[in-house]
Design a protein around this ligand. Sequence first.
Ligand SMILES: C[S@@+](CC[C@H](N)C(=O)[O-])C[C@H]1O[C@@H](n2cnc3c(N)ncnc32)[C@H](O)[C@@H]1O
Length: 273
Amino acid sequence: MAISQDILLFFAKFIEKELGIIYVEANYFQLEHRLRDISTQLGFGSIDELYQKARVGITGSMKSLLLDLATNNETSFFRDASIFKALSSHIIPELTKDAFKSVINVWSAASSSGQEIYSIAMEIEELRKTGIKIPMIRYLASDVSDTILKRAQKGLYSQIEIQRGLPAKLMIEYFSKTPEDQWQVKSHLQSMMNFKKINLLEEWGDIGKFDVIFIRNVLIYQNVENKKKVIENIYQRLNPMGYLILGAAESLFGVSDRFKQIAVDKAIIYQRD
Ligand SMILES: C[S@@+](CC[C@H](N)C(=O)[O-])C[C@H]1O[C@@H](n2cnc3c(N)ncnc32)[C@H](O)[C@@H]1O
């Protein structure tokens, strides 16, 4: 039975209000497909039944699944490799010039399944081995999706995921193979991490200040107003001279002029005053 446009519009509007992600009508078939999955997962016989319940009030588990369905979790280890090189060749050496700095705070906002934050940590640990004196690093990884955040926290990856971007040398050093042929992040890397559910469009809570913030491939789905709001909040959360890292296809053009743009080899990074 075809689902009415009103029902699809109801769920599309909910997703837009919560995440700022707009479902255009051309993608309603995809929305319908996913709503069918959610109905089954929650034990409803149809999307119509799900809708009748949602109209009365969207419960915790329903909300969590609806937000999961709207998010694109595409990621990989060392995605856009030049950024990680800029981290070890420029950002960390610059931050460690301050001899009084006892901790460097790094945040991967919209971390998806964790490849980004673990890549950052591996890059820095490898740099540490070269003898440069690096203070303790405090890592925060956050995402709006409960499901994907739990995956990040678990640090367990399939053979296919592990092959995407991770050099063999680092795989051997930082991961161990499970009897099920998966790859588990070793505890010395995993134990450095903190995970927190954060919707970038809502209050972030008491997360402190950061020296480096990665916010990659998430604002791309937002309108300019939301981008401006999030980047202004990022500015406030960065320590003076702290660094902001965007995705390869993203820029601050038309969003903020509060950051200095720096080219490090092929990478573009941003620094606050
Ligand atoms: C395409 S992934 C990017 C992952 C990683 N940063 C990278 O570049 O490889 C986008 C992530 O943003 C998250 N996301 C989407 N909207 C969000 C929001 N409003 N607040 C926080 N995270 C959000 C999604 O759940 C998803 O995991």
